[in-house]
Design a protein around this ligand. Sequence first.
Ligand SMILES: Cc1cc2nc3c(=O)[nH]c(=O)nc-3n(C[C@H](O)[C@H](O)[C@H](O)COP(=O)(O)OP(=O)(O)OC[C@H]3O[C@@H](n4cnc5c(N)ncnc54)[C@H](O)[C@@H]3O)c2cc1C
Length: 351
Amino acid sequence: MSRVLIVGAGLTGSLCACLLRRNMDNKVHIVVWDKARGSGGRMCTSRPPDSQCQSADIGAQYITATHEYAQSHHSLYTELVSAGVLRPLDCVVEGLRHQEGSQNYVAPLGMSSVVKHFLCESGADLFLEHHVTGLYRRGASWEVHRKHGASERFDSVILTMPVPQILQLQGDLPQLLSVQQREQLEAVMYSSRFALALFFPPGVDIKVPWAVRYYNNQGDNSECICYATVEHRKRGTEGHAPLGPTLVVHSSAPFGLQHLEEEKEEVEPVVLREVYRLLPNLPQPISIKCHKWRYSQVLTSVADCPGHMTVLERPLLVCSGDAFSHSNFDGCVESAVSVLAAFKAGSQLAT
Ligand SMILES: Cc1cc2nc3c(=O)[nH]c(=O)nc-3n(C[C@H](O)[C@H](O)[C@H](O)COP(=O)(O)OP(=O)(O)OC[C@H]3O[C@@H](n4cnc5c(N)ncnc54)[C@H](O)[C@@H]3O)c2cc1C
């Protein structure tokens, strides 16, 4: 049985694991490593400070299926809706330009439940706090090194982390990349932004008329904040367990870029002041969490490399993720589907 390592337990990694399991059946032993303490990557759901508060989606907020993707990825959407992981977004959204023919979906249990669904379906062995530092070719396999732990050997490796993090890996990867591949990877650009989650105690009412609100394209412009949401209203879980509400705000990309090299502790009060300027009647939160997304959404994807980049065919080493398509659910699906095709082609070569 071939041992496959997927680096990254975000959406692309979880989809790669699931598609490999469904298409390669018992021919593969799938292992997923992620450096974080939880799965989800940029679709993570942050735990509340205590069990009385609502969790917070500090990265991706909801999924928009265009008419075309609703058709081409129909089976995945149907699967997620039937499993109760997704449901149509049905709340007051202010300031969003609706895309004709598209359908928005929310995850009632938080966006990380989408990733967890596919990880669970894959039956992969998931290891968190496994930070990959280098890849070394050893004959027909890869020796994968990690921080604080023993290295391990795998027959194939699929990298799904943001491209700048791929380029930081030590070992044989840098030499294996052709000049053209390196240039393609180095040209990838991401937006950066800060996310702030404000957790309130049960019984508090956030007195705003919306569930989701986009700033910047309305009268009360903000150079700092571009998006705000009241989690339980967005997720459609109002009236469920009486949890304290949570407000999530995202900074604009220009603000994120301007403050990128500052510590999040320094930026938090700046964003918070702007939250209270925009929403002066907001009560005091019991806890605040600030997160810096250095690699938020892909602005320039990898040129001429739809879905993935094969660095080496045997032993297989591929780079994938939203940088090889676009930053949303369907972009990650496109990437994972193309990784599967590369994997199948590689397996046929081997037989
Ligand atoms: C603020 C924000 C808002 C967004 N809004 C939306 C939205 O509303 N709708 C939407 O569809 N998309 C949205 N996106 C985009 C979406 O979240 C991403 O396109 C998608 O999650 C990317 O998934 P991925 O698996 O390719 O990468 P990631 O989610 O980045 O996963 C990569 C994983 O690799 C791990 N990793 C990195 N380096 C290492 C290493 N050396 N060793 C081990 N593990 C490592 C990371 O911890 C991470 O878990 C948003 C993103 C952000 C940040």
